[in-house]
Design a protein around this ligand. Structure first.
Ligand SMILES: *[C@@H]1O[C@H](CO)[C@@H](O)[C@H](O)[C@H]1NC(C)=O
Ligand SMILES: CC(=O)N[C@H]1CO[C@H](CO)[C@@H](O)[C@@H]1O
Length: 526
């Protein structure tokens, strides 16, 4: 036991020293390849584009602006930025304009159909972007898999249908990582999406296209899903809001790939948006009937909440250390909360977080559903990852390296059976600890990611940094990622606001307060 501990400390020391030498060299090499100047321009229709979905819907309803004009402004913006960022992979502009015109006609008619009340259609006429992995009737639904190239959705996913019922109009679908299982959005079908703050950097994944087009001003709200951080990482790298909803609150159906077996418990669907005010209405719509049970409308008094702050994972061997600028931003949040609401933010340390990755992957592999290699073959037989790796070396595989790598890891999973049992046990105890700590009015501040947006392909060198988001999938807790302005390099900073299960409205209330204090989304074209 003692020997083991000494050995681990020794390895940690060596890795830390190597990191000090290796990371700056790596950054330098990548910067030579990818340091190109960003060419983001400021949008023309600022009056329309720089408003929340809630406010747009109000203005359309009160006839201050036509739904068609709103749709046209967003379409023009997508056309302007997409050649730079490659976020939208398919569009339905013509149909969307017709649907917008239909709304204008209904609103201009003498007597308004009660079906069109503000209550029933809170997002009336708001352009909606959707992650391509979700089914939108008539749109491609491939998850970036070449073999699914011509696969189109025949019916809407439930969340898409709910948002349409609420008046939103889907007009684009956006890029993802191959099979939504990597934190850079790139695949062999649609290519790679670039960060609007620095086009040499990643947008994160898997809902990377969503966060990117929203940050670029090409859309205002969108739909993401998150099994290890796929909403929160892109929202972080692109400086927007993203909410991972409580386990089971929002229907996950209608996306490909859909997690199966117990993996489904880790997956959660939720909104990505530019303005915090849209989080709660979007979440309520997406939750469908569940929204009635979840008490999301309860008033929140921030002074009555208990706050905790954890600044890092306690030193996992395989995860990068926290960027000092992120740590400083988190401490500013602590100071803001303490000074504004006269609360005490307790700095805590949960040693089990060091094993976040082990707990998440034990939860993932205890699933008995469809294997990743089967998904790579579109559930028709399975792909041989060893062969694909060989083909990849000669640049003739239809798969990305991270997907092939995950296929290989899956093959070796049996080696971990013993340690998985132990990790599941640790997870159970951590869950209890957090439940006791958060109670039903606790808020935890935790970094979203240890590093600022890395260069393209650089995540291959830090494959496990998603541990910071993944732990909350294993725990099933709701989390809001909140942007906190830009770093000195001009890249988004951010933080995770975690709360107890089914208390999503608490983390969202904190997000709104932080938007007021820290400025929220920053226009990359400014
Ligand atoms: C890649 O996909 C295309 C289109 O489905 C197919 O024609 C081609 O044979 C595939 N290539 C490999 C190496 O599997
Ligand atoms: C870089 C790249 O491959 N971009 C593609 C993104 O997807 C659209 C729609 O399929 C293509 O037209 C682009 O060429």
């Amino acid at each position: 036991m003692k020997f083991q501990r000494v050995l681990v400390s020794l390895i940690r020391c060596i890795l830390t020293i190597l990191g000090y030498i290796f990371n700056p060299v790596l950054d330098r090499v990548f910067s030579i390849i990818y340091d190109q100047s960003s060419t983001m321009v400021s949008p023309v229709h600022e009056d329309i584009l720089m408003q929340s979905a809630t406010s747009l819907a109000k203005k359309i309803r009160s006839r201050q602006v036509n739904a068609v004009d709103v749709m046209e402004a967003f379409i023009a913006r997508v056309k302007e930025v997409n050649p730079v960022v490659n976020a939208a992979v398919s569009e339905r502009f013509e149909e969307a304009l017709k649907e917008a015109q239909n709304i204008d006609e209904i609103l201009d008619a003498q007597s308004l159909d009660p079906e069109y009340s503000e209550d029933k259609k809170p997002f009336l006429g708001v352009p909606l972007t959707v992650k391509e992995a979700f089914a939108v009737k008539g749109m491609p639904n491939t998850a970036g898999l070449v073999i699914r190239k011509n696969t189109c959705a025949e019916v809407d996913a439930p969340v898409v249908a709910y948002l349409k019922q609420a008046g939103a109009i889907p007009f684009i679908v956006t890029n993802v990582s191959e099979l939504c299982m990597w934190y850079e959005s790139a695949n062999r079908l649609y290519g790679r999406t670039s960060n609007p703050y620095h086009t040499g950097k990643i947008v994160g994944g898997s809902s990377g296209g969503e966060a990117c087009i929203i940050a670029s001003g090409g859309a205002v709200i969108g739909i993401g899903s998150d099994i290890g951080g796929s909403i929160r990482m892109p929202a972080f790298f692109n400086g927007v809001f993203g909410h991972r909803s409580s386990r089971g609150a929002v229907p996950n159906e209608g996306q490909f790939p859909i997690a199966s077996g117990s993996e489904l418990e880790l997956l959660s669907t939720g909104p990505i948006c530019r303005y915090a005010e849209d989080l709660l209405p979007a979440l309520k719509i997406m939750a469908g009937k569940n929204a009635n049970n979840l008490k999301f409308d309860e008033m929140v008094d921030l002074k009555s909440l208990k706050f905790y702050s954890i600044e890092d994972d306690g030193g996992s061997l395989f995860v990068s250390t926290i960027d000092p600028q992120l740590k400083a931003a988190q401490l500013k949040v602590v100071t803001f909360l303490e000074e504004t609401y006269r609360v005490t933010v307790e700095h805590v340390c949960l040693s089990k977080l060091k094993y976040s990755l082990e707990m998440w992957s034990a939860r993932m592999s205890s699933s008995d559903g469809t294997s990743f290699c089967q998904y790579m073959a579109n559930c028709n037989g399975q792909v041989n990852p060893y062969l694909e790796f060989f083909k990849w070396i000669f640049r003739c595989s239809n798969h990305t390296l991270p997907a092939i790598g995950l296929g290989l890891v899956e093959k070796l999973d049996f080696l971990l059976e013993g340690s998985n049992r132990k990790a599941l046990d640790t997870l159970k105890r951590l869950k209890k600890e957090l439940q006791d700590m958060l109670g039903d009015n606790g808020i935890l501040l935790y970094p979203t990611h240890p590093k600022l947006a890395p260069y393209h392909n650089q995540p291959l060198f830090y494959p496990l940094n998603f541990a910071y988001t993944a732990i909350f999938n294993a725990l099933g807790l709701p989390v809001t990622q909140v942007p906190l302005g830009l770093s000195k390099e001009g890249l988004p900073l951010g933080i995770q606001i975690v709360t107890a299960i089914n208390k999503d409205h608490l983390s969202i209330a904190v997000a709104r307060a932080l938007e007021g204090a820290f400025g929220g989304w920053v226009n990359p074209g400014a």
